[in-house]
Design a protein around this ligand. Structure first.
Ligand code: URA
Length: 252
């Protein structure tokens, strides 16, 4: 008998037995579900706090942009155009600089190029409110001339801070100026478009995927079914990367 007990004691892992009992007890009294729920609640709380912080940061950047006089464009603008969209979007569209309509309204992409961008966004199965829309320059260059290097140097930190606050999954660079500036390259938009590149938001941060495509203003000026198709192909890649369905019923 004594021998039998000794053999049993040897085989039994007392810690394991206690753990199993505790687990069983917790399971049947709802402890597991409670713990899972607590964890989910905490995660939700943290996500809400992070979003509120990012929203505040976007507002702070917009206020700073509206006060900015770092370059000469600041003194000739009607309105600065900080950009538009929520902090919790997955995609950021980045254009070149405000035009006359944007300068008049203080909102990005509200002229003809903007109306076409709206159509592209809707064709993707999204709404303007699902994305952030911004520009490399926040003020309109006179006569819509190209952004100058000194202006880009003054203005780019605002966009960089916006990207950092939003931390999007994908940036869509519209046109040569946005693509070349964000990728720090001299390659042409023809070479850059249609593939994902990496935008480096800062040390210790994962790079953001960047899709370069033609600017909608370019598309309006140089309309051809081929160019339209190229932009749509690029946007389909964006949707696929985000795991979003490609709305059907569009011409190839
Ligand atoms: N073109 C741009 O690049 N940005 C705008 O906001 C409007 C037109």
């Amino acid at each position: 008998m004594a021998l039998q007990f000794a053999a049993m004691e040897k085989d039994v892992d007392i810690n394991k037995v206690v753990r199993q009992h505790l687990e069983m007890d917790e399971f049947f009294t709802g402890g597991f579900t409670r713990r899972d729920k607590d964890k989910a609640d905490r995660r939700e709380r943290e996500e809400k706090e992070a979003m509120a912080k990012a929203t505040k940061e976007l507002e702070r950047i917009a206020d700073e942009v509206r006060q900015c006089r770092k370059c000469s464009l600041g003194s000739i603008r009607t309105n600065a155009v900080p950009g538009e969209g929520n902090a919790n979007v997955r995609i950021m569209f980045v254009g070149e600089a405000p035009g006359a309509d944007e300068d008049a309204q203080g909102r990005p992409f509200v002229g003809r190029a903007g109306q076409l961008l709206d159509k592209v966004i809707v064709a993707m199965g999204l709404n303007r409110s699902d994305v952030f829309i911004g520009n490399i320059l926040k003020c309109r260059p006179p006569d819509n001339r190209d952004p100058r290097a000194d202006e880009i140097i003054c203005c780019l930190p605002y966009l960089q801070m916006q990207i950092e606050a939003i931390n999007p999954e994908i940036i869509v660079a519209l046109g040569a100026h946005a693509a070349k500036t964000l990728l720090n390259t001299t390659k042409s938009i023809g070479e850059l478009r249609g593939q994902f590149h990496k935008y480096y938001a800062g040390l210790g941060r994962s790079p953001v995927k960047l899709m370069a495509t033609y600017h909608t203003a370019y598309l309006l000026r140089n309309y051809s079914p081929e160019n339209r198709k190229r932009v749509w192909e690029d946007m389909k890649k964006v949707l696929a990367e985000l795991g979003l369905p490609v709305p059907q019923g569009r011409k190839k």
